[in-house]
Design a protein around this ligand. Structure first.
Ligand SMILES: [Fe+2]
Length: 453
């Protein structure tokens, strides 16, 4: 076992360099800003990611299982008011910190593990989220853990880290999975009141790791892909018992928004794995266009994190009438963590923002795709800088899809500190609008959001 503070050169790539955890919680006020923060950005940029606490075994550590830590920067009226990072207090974190476990709406034996994948605002609260069977954890404005939630007694069991918010209704659409259900996933719709208003069980041939979903005006997309729960692995003590199965047919399900499982139109696709769609939308001819970061496979050889070759940006045209798909490569530069102007989620999009990826999910440049003009801009600030997921924030009264800001955390290997970079999305490679200097290193992590006040 290794103490987390000595991990910077671990043999486990998911514990070394800027994937190594930080071992302190920091609170800092009145941060240095270079450039001018737009007055209209009032709220918090929050980001979640794995940050194992205490002792870890580098031989067995899986990136997806490190304790959740949320990093946050509050912006107000042109100033960067604070930076905070806080572990999400699941019961293991609370125990490691010598604290009482947070209140829970669930029985004591309910699945509860690291809530490390995303952090969102919904129904007036802040939620740390993870997939695979563990419930949402509510945090307060200052990132202290409030409770392990069941959404006011409406959540049957599991949630997901990737709710898709319908921009027209404000509802969250979610595909949840949990090994205890067997070969089944559950589609959930959470209302603007924070209560589950609909849940639908969907039987599948296997038990896939279903990290995300996509939404169009007509359909919810179900990614039934060949990375499956494996009971033998689980029984053997493997911490993350999902493994590639080359015999399993890759397909995408098109579930009519208010339909039932029997209404799903399944479309077979060539074998691959998708963590994250950029977006999907209904084409006028009845097909569905899906853009996503595509991996050849997942958890085949490497069992400590995603490391089965580098992801590309691909487009699928899914035909619900024929059950067939056309696929094309949009860009073969390695990229992941796709984000868009989410006021267009489920509608036709022209722009996408990505974190460039080098080997083993190391973050590098920042990428903007113009899918209409078929052009790509790559923002390269220098070999010492690595960007995380870019979040797009529309400008007030924005006039076009990319009229807004791109916000992303950036790590500098020379100073070993991070900053929050705010870009003009229409001047993607130009001088940043503002850079907020943080007094800490933010490890490469997963997902975040701008949560306006
Ligand atoms: Fe994700």
């Amino acid at each position: 076992m290794t103490n987390t503070s000595t991990l910077r050169t671990s043999s486990n790539p998911f514990l070394s360099g800027n994937l190594a955890p930080v071992d302190v919680e920091t609170t800092a006020f009145d941060l240095k800003v270079t450039g001018t923060l737009p007055n209209e950005l009032n709220g918090r940029y929050l980001r979640n990611g794995p940050n194992p606490i205490g002792q870890v075994d580098p031989e067995k550590y899986h990136w997806f299982l490190g304790s959740g830590m949320v990093h946050g920067i509050q912006l107000n009226n042109g100033e960067a008011k604070w930076y905070r990072n806080r572990w999400v207090r699941d019961r293991n974190v609370a125990k490691s910190l010598g604290e009482q476990a947070p209140p829970s709406d669930w029985p004591a034996d309910h699945a509860q593990f690291a809530s490390n994948t995303n952090v969102i605002g919904h129904a007036g609260a802040t939620w740390a989220l993870v997939e695979g069977g563990s419930p949402p954890i509510e945090m307060n404005y200052e990132l202290e853990t409030v409770r392990v939630s069941n959404f006011a007694n409406t959540l049957p069991q599991a949630f997901s880290a990737h709710p898709k918010r319908d921009p027209r209704t404000g509802e969250l659409h979610v595909m949840a999975y949990w090994w205890g259900w067997g070969n089944q996933v559950q589609y959930l719709v959470v209302g603007v009141d924070g209560k589950v208003r609909r849940n639908l069980d969907i039987a599948l041939p296997g038990g896939p790791m279903m990290h995300d979903c996509a939404l169009t005006e007509k359909y919810v997309l179900i990614f039934d892909l060949p990375c499956l729960f494996n009971l033998e692995l689980a029984m053997s003590g493997r911490s993350f018992p999902y493994i590639w199965n080359a015999d399993y047919t890759a397909r995408v399900g098109l579930l009519p928004r208010e339909g039932v499982a029997a209404d799903i139109k399944w479309v077979e696709i060539d074998s691959c794995y998708i963590f994250h769609p950029l977006n999907a939308y209904d084409a006028p001819d009845g097909t569905v266009v899906l853009d996503a970061a595509r991996h050849d496979k997942m958890f085949d050889v490497e069992q400590r994190g995603p490391n089965e070759g580098l992801p590309t940006l691909d487009r699928w045209i899914l035909n619900p009438q024929t059950g067939k798909a056309k696929q094309e490569r949009i860009d073969d530069r390695p990229q992941e963590f796709p984000r868009m102007n989410e006021s267009l989620l489920g509608l036709k999009h022209d722009f996408g923002y990505f974190a460039g990826i080098s080997d083993v999910f190391r973050q590098a440049d920042l990428i903007k795709q113009d899918l209409a003009k078929k052009t790509t801009q790559v923002r390269h600030d220098g070999a010492n800088f690595g960007y995380g997921e870019p979040v797009f924030v529309p400008r007030e009264n924005s006039k076009s899809e990319d009229d807004g800001y791109v916000m992303a955390l950036r790590h500098n290997t020379e100073t070993d500190l991070s900053d929050l970079v705010v870009l003009n999305a229409q001047d993607f490679c130009g001088e940043p609008v503002a850079v907020v200097s943080l007094p800490a290193r933010v490890p490469n992590g997963f997902h975040g959001n701008w949560i306006a006040d």
